[in-house]
Design a binder for this molecule. Structure first.
Ligand SMILES: Nc1ncnc2c1ncn2[C@@H]1O[C@H](COP(=O)(O)OP(=O)(O)OP(=O)(O)O)[C@@H](O)[C@H]1O
Ligand SMILES: [Mg+2]
Length: 243
């Protein structure tokens, strides 16, 4: 089967730092693929290049067989490629319900001035229920716990009906119960046909949830394989031990 996402020889430099150094990788459809690597190995930069938040210096990204290199984030979101951020990004001055509504593509003016169509309204209610955010629906996002904000951010990307969701450290700074909740939702949505690419430092989470695991070091893929193979791979151990 053709890859859902393909990255070829992607390069991004910041001054003298080659944050992404000719990286190539593929994400196969219907996988929960992990992207791991030491701090500073280029994972977030790679996410930013793929999702249109930064232009690459060179290289190519294709999604569902089409070249998307340099496309803007909004158009990729509408085409089914969505992501979350290492530091959760939600609109703090909007309520939880309003955050989900704007994620469906309603402008701020429409949000306050116009009724939503029925199907979007229903999807907002379903997500509030599914993510157990109903009781906080009218709170401002700024009033949520950090874990709840991450959950809201995840719920919000589902409003775009994505085929690929890229999560940047979904469990970082989140309590154990919320980590289980996050895992539950990833599994549910994966079962419903969504592909995931997940950057994560929590190795037990990665090992039980993800396959394959891609390892990035100094801006390029050094290994891709099943979780059991990753743990004993000498290249990976070297990368983490810094030798
Ligand atoms: N906007 C920027 N300007 C300058 N340097 C940057 C910028 N963004 C990232 N870098 C550098 O690029 C390298 C890769 O950073 P990146 O944030 O992509 O790593 P990461 O793998 O996501 O790390 P972490 O696991 O700590 O989140 C680092 O050396 C970082 O300092
Ligand atoms: Mg990062």
């Amino acid at each position: 089967m053709a890859a859902l996402l393909e990255v070829q020889n992607l390069v991004k430099t910041f001054g003298t730092v080659r944050a992404v150094d000719s990286a190539s990788l593929v994400v196969e459809p219907n996988t929960i693929t992990a992207l791991i690597g030491p701090n500073g190995s280029g994972k977030t930069t790679l996410f930013n290049l793929i999702t249109g938040y930064l232009p690459p210096d060179s290289g190519r990204v294709s999604f569902r067989g089409r070249d998307i290199t340099g496309s803007d984030a909004g158009s990729l979101y509408r085409r089914g490629l969505s992501r979350t951020f290492q530091q959760a990004r939600v609109f703090p001055a909007l309520t939880v319900q309003e955050n989900l509504t704007v994620a469906a593509g309603y402008s701020w003016g429409q949000l306050f001035g116009r009724r939503l169509n029925r199907s979007d309204r229903e999807r907002v209610s379903e997500l509030l229920e599914e993510f157990r955010l109903g009781h906080v629906a009218d709170l401002f996002a700024s009033e949520l716990s950090y874990g709840q904000r991450k959950l809201l951010e995840f719920a919000a990307v589902l409003m775009s009906s994505p085929s690929l969701i890229m999560l940047d450290e979904p469990t970082a700074g989140v309590n154990p119960v919320m980590i289980e909740t996050m895992e539950h939702h990833i599994r549910q949505r994966h079962a419903a046909g969504i592909t995931f690419l997940i950057v994560e430092h929590d190795m037990t989470f990665v090992m039980r949830l993800c396959n394959p695991v891609i390892v990035l070091d100094q801006g390029r893929e050094i290994f891709a394989g099943a979780p059991a193979e990753v743990q004993n791979n000498p290249l990976v151990l070297d990368a983490y031990l810094g030798s």
